[in-house]
Design a binder for this molecule. Structure first.
Ligand SMILES: Nc1ncnc2c1ncn2[C@@H]1O[C@H](COP(=O)(O)OP(=O)(O)O)[C@@H](O)[C@H]1O
Ligand SMILES: [Mg+2]
Length: 299
């Protein structure tokens, strides 16, 4: 178990609304330490599980073969109180800074909406219109992330929660590793909720077919992951599903959860069950339907 409390600090700061963050040096490398936020929806909880969710969500991206920040779990003690924190290895370099998709979207002069607008048609238009990065690679990353976010139930992939590394020496822009998966895997569920969900298939189905919704909107409404992916209407989304699903190795996911420190057996069962059922009911079912439609376009 890593204790991050006494590590040398750095003056680098990080934005973001979900809890405190500090920069520390760990094994000669810079890390952003994320502290647990307050559980707003569930006031009985001392704090949200966001750090565990960040760690698990990022590792599911890794299993899916999508470049992602390196994360470690550990503790941080302050005023005698120990907290579980997640350390995110800082992926910037002396030459490169992070630029989020929102700021790239701001470069589209004709756009009706601002950079933080998450209407899907507007995002797709901006990805085609921008000139900093290959649009096909950009769209591929967007849809790959959408599929994994559907699996882990991420409700917060807004335009500030993904982006690029900009090299100010060469003017080159590349896709940044995935970061901020803290709003995934039901971070506000306490152990009572987890037990109730494990005991009742109807409670699980709500958390598969109804919630959480995506941060991306269609006609002003937040996208329902199941409805959208199952509809098979977006070709790039279908292609991403075909590309990503074979890489989702449930044995690796179970091992990841089994080896995650700090969490109880109940939590482990909850995460394994929700990921297995979301995979089966959202992703597997959608791919079966899409393949059937391809074999028999008329039927
Ligand atoms: N691994 C990282 N390396 C460098 N910068 C990061 C990293 N992860 C996040 N950031 C930057 O820090 C900001 C806050 O982090 P984030 O995880 O999004 O926090 P929050 O959950 O509060 O939104 C991000 O918007 C991004 O600009
Ligand atoms: Mg964020």
């Amino acid at each position: 178990m890593i204790d991050f409390s006494a590590l040398p600090r750095r003056n680098k700061t990080y934005a973001g609304a979900n809890g405190s963050k500090i920069a520390v040096m760990y094994e000669d490398e810079l890390y952003m330490l994320k502290f647990p936020g307050i559980a707003r929806k569930n006031k009985d909880m001392s704090y949200a599980n966001g750090c565990i969710c960040e760690y698990l969500g990022c590792h599911v991206f890794e299993i899916a073969g999508i470049p992602v920040q390196k994360t470690l779990l550990g503790t941080f003690t302050r005023n005698g109180k120990e907290k579980i924190v997640v350390a995110c290895k800082d992926f910037t370099t002396p030459d490169t800074v992070i630029q989020d998709f929102a700021s790239l979207k701001n470069t589209i002069i004709d756009s009706e909406h601002n950079g933080y607008g998450t209407e899907l048609s507007d995002i797709l238009m901006a990805m085609d219109a921008q000139q900093a990065i290959d649009p096909d690679a950009l769209k591929q990353r967007f849809w790959d992330m959408f599929i994994v976010d559907a699996l882990i139930g991420n409700w917060d992939r807004h335009n500030g929660n993904w982006g690029f590394l900009y090299n100010s020496r060469t003017d080159e822009m590349t896709l940044a590793p995935v970061f901020d998966c803290g709003s995934s895997l039901f971070p506000q569920a306490d152990e009572d909720i987890m037990q109730a969900v494990l005991d009742d298939p109807a409670e699980r189905d709500v958390r598969i077919f109804k919630i959480p919704l995506s941060g991306i909107r269609q006609d002003g409404q937040k996208i329902n992951y199941y409805d959208f992916i199952y509809s098979g209407k977006n070709r790039d989304c279908n292609t991403a599903l075909k590309r990503i699903l074979p890489r989702i190795d449930m044995k690796k996911i179970d091992l990841l959860i089994d080896e995650t420190p700090f969490i109880s057996d109940l939590q482990k069962r909850f995460y394994k069950t929700m990921l297995a059922e979301r995979k089966e009911k959202i992703l597997d079912r959608s791919l079966q339907k899409i393949r059937k439609k391809e074999r028999n376009p008329a039927g």
